[in-house]
Design a binder for this molecule. Structure first.
Ligand SMILES: [Zn+2]
Length: 91
């Protein structure tokens, strides 16, 4: 099912600590914010990024390259459009 990942621009209002519950519908998936939108992670990856302290108090991941390294192939696949977007446009 489509979860709106292509529309990352819709989710850029995290500057003021707004939660990310807009997309909380997908059962079994957790989301973290990145600069281009939301990453959907499985529980395993989510707890891993929490453990590695990649997520700040606003659920935002600044170091997205480390994040992409930390998550499993399944999560990479789900988030591929967003990942491509972020890796392709880092200047
Ligand atoms: Zn995963």
């Amino acid at each position: 099912m489509r979860a709106g990942l292509g529309g990352g621009r819709l989710f850029r209002r995290d500057a003021e600590g707004i939660g990310v519950r807009a997309m909380a519908k997908s059962a079994g998936r957790k989301t973290v914010s990145v600069s281009r939108g939301l990453m959907m992670l499985c529980e395993t990856c989510h707890s891993q990024v929490l453990q590695e302290k990649l997520v700040d108090h606003k659920n935002f991941v600044a170091d997205h390259e480390t994040l992409f390294d930390a998550i499993c192939p399944g999560c990479l696949d789900i988030n591929r459009p967003l990942i491509d977007d972020m890796l392709g446009s880092s200047e």
